[in-house]
Structure formats: structure tokens, C-alpha cells
Design a binder for this molecule. Sequence first.
Ligand SMILES: Cc1ncc(COP(=O)(O)O)c(C=O)c1O
Length: 448
Amino acid sequence: MRRQLETVLREAMRAGSLAAGARLPSSRDLARQLGVSRGVVVDAYGALGAQGFLRLRERAAPTVASRPDSPAGQHADEQPPIAPPPRFDFAATTPDVSLLDRRAWIRALERSLRDAPDAALDYGDPRGDLGLRRCLVDYLGRVRGVVATPSQVVVVQGFSQAIDLAFRVLAAAGARRVAFEDPSHDEQWVAARRAGLEPVPVPVDGDGIRIEPLAALAPDAVVVTPAHQFPTGAVLESSRRRALLAWAARSDALVIEDDYDSEFRYDRAPVGTLQGLDPSHVLYVGTVSKTLAPALRLGWSVVPAKLLDRFVEAKRYADSGSPALEQLALAHLIDSGAYERAVQRARIAYRRRRDALLAALEESLPDCEVEGIAAGLHVLLRLPAGVGAPEIAAAAEARRLHVRQVADFSLTEQTASQSALVLGYGRLPEPAIAPAVRELAAAVADLS
Ligand SMILES: Cc1ncc(COP(=O)(O)O)c(C=O)c1O
């Protein structure tokens, strides 16, 4: 269906019946019109964007790109207008990159380059620098209860690369389907589809992913966010943790543990990793994307023995190993304690923002319920009955607020029908939070 849709749209653009600058419906609307899942449209749009046929912008409907070989492109010298940046950005997937201590990073990089032996600048072990892998084993063992030897650690370019490698390895071994929490991060389903795997949804409630549907779905792997479910914020409850691992052991399935923001927890005790409970069935992945900056493309995976050789081989053929100097710099930061100090500083800053957000919501939107507040960089805002999230998101957009709804992360219509917004505070400095929430409340008022 994705390919069919992609072909139809491409032909219309080639023939000029969809002219440069024309605005297409949002993926959500088109999916509804065609009666297909939103993922089909997202994938088709994504492919056409990558091929240069569509201009894709976050939170805006795609427009047909102007290309020299398109009939419209030959005449259209006007670029489609670039949407002005949002006044307030509630993005939930990005941290405040301005918190990165650039001086500390420069010092660590400089030191890496100065002190690195020549061998460190050559092609190396695709798993990454041994020094970094050793210090990750210590750090993750101490802070997250991860059980590993350095030989099992593979330094990756973020969680995105880890699942890409894992999915390719699984698909090559004959895997067919991978289960995802519903709702969950939408780009991860695309990664599965690109590897030829079928994403299957598993419902999430206040205790995290439900385990009993797994037996009937029989996926080869399941991707979970147990410390802080994305985007609901639920913590995977302890009997479910045990049940999940028991299911994985029984069915010899892989659990992929996305530990994307566990460093930021505010008023609850740390939750250990699934990996620490069953290293042979859990592929554990962490990242600096929230703690330092996504652009560094640095993360780590701890790979179960049965997958290790194939995973390392996939990493070798993907990029011959992650960039070496950044790995050495990260090892310096972790070894010297600077990494944990940076996490601690960021935690204090985000906690203040979280508190400011809760206070502002209480004041401006007292009828909404707020969930998932104990950790991470976002909360879930449940709208009162009768208030539709798509309408609120559109009204917010008109006021130049960037807000995503749970429906954007939903694999099924049932979850998509939940009326809830995902409010991130990584991109909102503390003083901007109250005005941003007042503006959101005004968007809600626009509709009443
Ligand atoms: C749920 C979730 N997992 C993982 C990541 C991190 O991905 P990466 O490490 O590839 O930057 C993010 C970042 O937005 C996320 O929201």
C-alpha cells in the first residue's frame, strides 16, 4: 500500500497535476480519507521527501517540491513559503541543547586528540573504543544495574542506529514482526518497516505495556521503554517486568530496552533495568541524546550473547565503527565524573521546568489531568471529555505553538482516539513555560 501510494503521488507530481508548492493533506487526514493506517502515509511521504519530490516540515502538511525536471518546477521560481518557527515549542523528543557544557566537551575532545595513540585513529573494533566500553560497563552497572562485560558493549550512533542494526539482524534471521508499545515513538515503526518487519501494537496502560497480548501476537522482538514509557510516562510495574521477561524466555524473543531518558527522574526511586534481570534476552540501549545533545550521535548497546556476532557485523558494515574522538571524549567525561555532574545540573534545570509546567497547567487548564510527571522531559495532558486533541493541536498551531498529540504516536485508531497532548519542556526555558501554557489555554478557549 505504501509503494502504491508513493507511486500514485510521484506520478501526479511528475505529470504536474500536483504542482510545485501544492499543499498535501496531513498524513493523518490522508490516512483517514483513504482508510489506511497512518504509518502507510507517513512512510510514503517520507520516501517522497527523501527522493526530493516533497518538502517535509515538522508539524506542517507536506508541500510539493519545486524540481527542475517537473513541469511545474520549470516555471515555479518561487519556493513554498517557509513556516515561521513556533513561538513556543512543546516538542517532547528533544532536550535543551543549550545546556551542553561546550567548554567541557571541547576540553575532552582536545585531550582525546592530543593523547590518543596513533592506533586510535585507525580503523578499529566496530564495537568502539575499549576504554569507553570499559567505563560504560562500570557506569551502567553502578547507575542502572546493567550486567555486562566490555565485549558485549557496542557503541552506536544513538538508539536509532541500535534498532536499525537489531532489526536488520533479526530480519536476516527470518524474523517477521516486532511489537511496539501503543503509543510509542513513530520513527521506530518506520525503522522496523524499512527492515521488512511488521510493527504490531501492544496496548499501554498506567502500569506500562500489557503483557498478555504478546503470547497471541507472537512477535520476534518487542521494543519497550520500561523506565518511562514514551509518551505516556508510565513506569513498567514490577510483576509486568517479570511477566515480560518470562514471556521472552519462553518464546526466545528479544526485548529491546530503550532507556532513553532514565537519567531524569525527579520524585521517585530509580527503576532498575530489565537487562539487569535477564541479560540473555534483553538488548539494552542508552543514549546521550537527552543528557548531552542529539547531534553527537552517541549511544551504547549491551547485546545478548546470541545476537552479538551478527550485531557487531551489522555495525561493521553500517559504518566501520562510530567516530573515535567523540568516543574518547565521552570516556574522559564519564571517567572524570563530569558526565554525572552535567546530568545532575540538567536534572535540576528540568525539574524546575517540570514544576513550573505543573503549576502553570494547574492555573490555566485546571480541568485537564496530567500524567507521567515523575521523570523525563515531557508530561501527558489528558483533555476534558468533549475536547478533541486534533482540534486543539490545530488551534495551537494557528497560535504558533508546536504541540503533538498522543494520536501522532499511535499505531491503532483506538489509541489515536485518546484526547491527550504530549507536552515537552526540553525546548521551553523556565520563564517561557507560564506564557506558553496560557497560550495553550487560549487555544483551548478558542474552541469552546
Ligand atoms: C522514545 C525515544 N527513544 C530514543 C530516543 C533517542 O534516539 P537517539 O538516541 O537515536 O537520538 C528518543 C529521542 O527522541 C526517544 O524519544
